[in-house]
Design a protein around this ligand. Structure first.
Ligand SMILES: C[S@@+](CC[C@H](N)C(=O)[O-])C[C@H]1O[C@@H](n2cnc3c(N)ncnc32)[C@H](O)[C@@H]1O
Length: 299
């Protein structure tokens, strides 16, 4: 099943092929929370049934209980990956929440090169490619001085992202100028698709990363972090832990971009709102924190 299909709302009328009890749902909920930080409400019962039901069919198991036992008992990294991939929501688009990109362009033009950007919930790639397009437009070249690290927990969307091939309907909102500059039309067997130009793909490194991990396998600090429309799946303590890990990865002038319904002000004192869901480091908090941690070391 493709990720695009997964964005279609699951049918509530699906006949129950497998036995699925409230206890099974509670187990799925606990496992995905522990593994990915994703908090599933009761309203997601049908979604869980439909998505994990597909795994049962693929694995050839005919009850949720048996599947969850198999997942938990066996050392089975591949099934854990498939389980996690099944429960993520990957909705995204090119130039989503458009107002962010002029702010990004203005910011990166002022910085020392190379400019490092982390796209921390990259999904199928539209967001990191939008960052690359914005950088190309800002510097007026297909080789802007930027390095983009695009990460996601979901290995299947990352594979789509790295391929950079999209059906036409995914690019319908892009201007003709952007289509001409950044995309190539597929021919023959690839008719009806477009491919992101190699120059753009070369600006991006794709890498799996779970925002819940204790340590992020990332080198060096960033001028910009995009963390949009993923924190909404996490509870406040999880959001707070993640933001604490972002702070040391941000250069003093770095900007953090959040999704339209995400508010980081109440989860971290280390950040202050610059406007339009864009955050910067709260320098007072950072200084106080440095003084306190120095004090603690001297004790
Ligand atoms: C709704 S998409 C948002 C995509 C993009 N940032 C945007 O705003 O268009 C959320 C993404 O977060 C990813 N995600 C969920 N939990 C995650 C975690 N614990 N670590 C990293 N990525 C995660 C999902 O796999 C999904 O691709």
């Amino acid at each position: 099943m493709s990720k695009t299909e997964k964005q279609v709302p699951e049918s509530k009328k699906e006949a129950r092929e497998f036995n699925f009890t409230p206890h099974d749902f509670a187990r799925v909920r606990k496992l995905i929370y522990q593994r990915a930080g994703i908090s599933l409400s009761e309203a997601k019962t049908d979604m869980v049934y439909s998505r994990i039901g597909r795994r049962l069919r693929i694995v050839g198991i005919d009850s949720f209980k048996e599947y969850l036992d198999y997942l938990e008992q066996d050392n089975n990294p591949e099934e854990w990956e498939a389980f996690t991939n099944s429960l993520t929501t990957n909705l995204t688009s090119f130039f989503r929440e458009e107002h962010h990109f002029p702010i990004l362009a203005e910011h990166i033009l002022q910085l020392k090169k190379p400019i490092r950007i982390w796209c921390s919930a990259a999904s199928t790639g539209e967001e990191p490619y939008t960052l690359a397009m914005t950088a190309c437009e800002a510097f007026n070249t297909l080789k802007p001085p930027v390095e983009i690290i695009a990460t996601d927990i979901d290995t299947s969307v990352l594979a789509t992202a790295a391929r950079g091939v999209y059906p036409m309907d995914r690019i319908s909102k892009l201007s003709l100028e952007r289509k001409k500059l950044f995309l190539q039309k597929g021919t023959g067997a690839s008719e009806g698709t477009v491919r992101v130009r190699n120059e753009l793909r070369q600006l991006i490194t794709f890498q799996q990363l779970n925002l819940l991990d204790d340590e992020y396998a990332l080198k060096d600090t960033f001028d910009v972090i995009f963390c949009r429309n993923v924190m909404i799946y996490f509870d406040k303590p999880t959001q707070s832990k993640i933001l604490e890990k972002f702070v040391p990865l941000m250069k003093p002038h770095a900007l953090l971009f959040a999704g339209h319904s995400e508010n980081f002000m109440y989860v971290s004192d280390a950040l202050k709102l610059r406007g339009k869901t864009v955050y910067e480091l709260n320098q007072t908090h950072i200084k106080n924190h440095a003084i306190h941690s120095k004090g603690a070391r001297h004790d």
